[in-house]
Design a protein around this ligand. Sequence first.
Ligand code: UD1
Length: 419
Amino acid sequence: MSGIGIEGGCRLTGEMEIQGSKNAVLPVLAASILHSGVTVFTHVPDIADVRASLEILELLGARTEFRDHFLWIDASEAGPSEIPKELGERMRSSVLFLGPLLARFGEGALYRPGGCAIGKRPVDYHLTGLTRLGAELSCEGERILASARHLTGCSVTLPYPSVGATEQLLLAACGANGPTRILGAAREPEIVTLCRYLKMAGAQIDGEGSTEIVVHGFRPVAREIRFQIPGDRIAAGSYLAAAAVTGGRIHVEGIHPSHLWSTICGFRQMGCDLRLDPEGIFLSAPERLTALPFLSTDPYPAFPTDMQSAFLAMMSLADGESVMEENVFEKRLTMAKELNRMGANIEVEGKRARCTGVERLHGAELQGADLRSGAGLIAAALAADGVSTVNGFEHVERGYENMVEILKSLGAKVWKITE
Ligand code: UD1
C-alpha cells in the first residue's frame, strides 16, 4: 500500500514529455510472442503493468531486457506455459496472451484477469470470438484452458466495440487459416498501433481504425523488428486536467492531438485555451472553469471513460451545473463520493453524476479505488486548500510513470508515502 501527499494550491506550470502509452504497449507485448525473433521496443513506459507483462513473457520462455525505456525481447524460444493466477490477477491485459498462445502454439492456459475495480469486466466476447475461430475452451473456476488444432478464419461480430476483445481476435486471427473479419470492432488508436506491429511481424490486415477489420493472413518474418510506442493520450489528458483544475499553463509534448479530439473539445468547452501542434498540446486555464452541461463517455472517438474521473474533478470546481454520464463501466462514478468528502457537491443517480461546482475544495484523506480515479483525485487535491492524502497510489503507478517527480517539476508540492 502506498499513498501520495499533496499540499494543494499551486498552479501547475511548465513543460513535460509524455510517457509511452500503457494501453498501446500491453497488447503489443502480448503480440511479441507471435514473432519468433527479436523485437526492440522504444519509448516503453516503466510502469507496473509493463513489468508484469515482462514476467509473463519470461515465464513463457522469451528473453527480455528493459532499460531506459528500451525493451529488447527475443521470443524465438518461447513455449506455451500456463500463466499462473498471481500474475494474471495483477492486470486485465494478461488475458491478451491467450490469442497469441493459441495462434503460435495451439494451446494456452491462464486465469481470469484482474485490473481496476471499475465494474464487472467480463471476458465473454473474447472467449466467444476465440471459439468462433475454432478454439476449444474449458473453464475450471477462474482457470481458462484453450486449445486448437487449427484456427479457421471466420466472421465475428462483437456485440459492443470492446477494445480488449478486438485485440484478442486480431492476435488469434494471426494463427488462422483464411481471412478473419471482425465486425463491430473497436476503433481506438491503440488498435491501430497493435495492427501496425502485427503488420511488421508479417500480418496482412485491412480496415484498422474502422468498425470492420480483416486479417487476411500471417506470414512470420525472421528479421528484427524495431517499434516505437506512441505517447499516452490518457496520461496526457490527466496532466492537462491537473493543470486546468489548478488554473495552470502547461505544454505536454510527445502526443498527437488528433488522438484526444473529444477530450480537447471538453477542455475548450470548460473555458481552457488550447494550442495544438503535431507533437504536443499547450493548455492555459482560466481563473475559474466553466460548467459543462452534459458530457458522456462512450467508445472512441467519443469522450473516453478513462478521462471521466479527471473531468469530474474539473466539474466539481467549475462555475455552474455539469452532468457526467458514464456509459462504459458501471462502477466508475464511485469517485464522486471521495470528491464530496473534499467539499464537492455531486449527486450520483445510476450512470449519471450531477455536479454543482463549488468555489473551493478542502484537503482530505482519500481513497483512489482504481488507476484513473486515483489520478482524478490527485488533480482535485492539487487544487484544494490544505493537505490531502490519496491512498491506493499503487493503482496509479500501474499506469503513470514517475508521477510524483513530474508533478514536482511542474511546481506541485507532492510527496510519496510508503507504508
Ligand atoms: C480498455 C482499456 C481501458 C479502457 C477501456 C475502454 C486497456 C489495457 N484498457 O479496457 O483503459 O477504459 O478499454 O476504453 O487497453 N465487455 C464485456 N465482455 C467482454 C469485454 C468487454 O461485456 O468480453 C464490456 C466491459 O465490461 C465494458 C465494455 O465492454 O463495459 C468495454 O470494455 P473493453 O472495451 O473491453 O475494455 P478493456 O479492453 O477491458
